[in-house]
Design a protein around this ligand. Structure first.
Ligand SMILES: [Zn+2]
Length: 133
């Protein structure tokens, strides 16, 4: 069972706002991951701190429904970050200890592969909706 702190929406928004205000360059390059991105081999995991999780209940499988009211898809840089929808409802929130940027991370598990993916936490894209919206 995970001991990660369950984040609330206002905390998520606060982290996203803080992250978006960072302008310095950093090895993490979180700001370049505007859409879901396979975590690159050289990603500095050692300078990432896990702040919490968006998983609501580890004993209940969260929905696979995605939220794209404006015609975006999973891979779109402008896709909403609807925290109760897939894949955000499986994510951890990481913060770079060097620059302070935050990203979302989860592991995509296909039939024959697992792929860790990351996406910058952007306050403009955050949407507070229940999973059945
Ligand atoms: Zn950084």
């Amino acid at each position: 069972m995970s001991t990660e702190k369950k984040l609330q929406f206002d905390e998520l928004m606060q982290l996203a706002t803080t992250s978006a205000a960072v302008t310095r360059d950093c090895d993490c390059a979180i700001d370049a991951c505007r859409e879901w991105t396979r975590i690159p081999a050289g990603f500095p995991e050692q300078q990432m701190q896990t702040l919490g999780t968006l998983v609501e209940d580890p004993y209940i499988e969260a929905t696979y429904e995605e939220y794209h009211p404006a015609g975006t898809n999973y891979w779109s840089a402008e896709a909403p970050i609807a925290w109760r929808h897939y894949p955000y409802n499986r994510c951890s929130v990481l913060q770079c200890e060097v620059c302070g940027r935050c990203c979302l991370k989860y592991v995509e598990a296909g039939g024959y592969y697992v792929e860790p993916r990351m996406r910058a936490l952007d306050p403009r894209l955050l949407v507070n909706l229940p999973a059945d919206a």
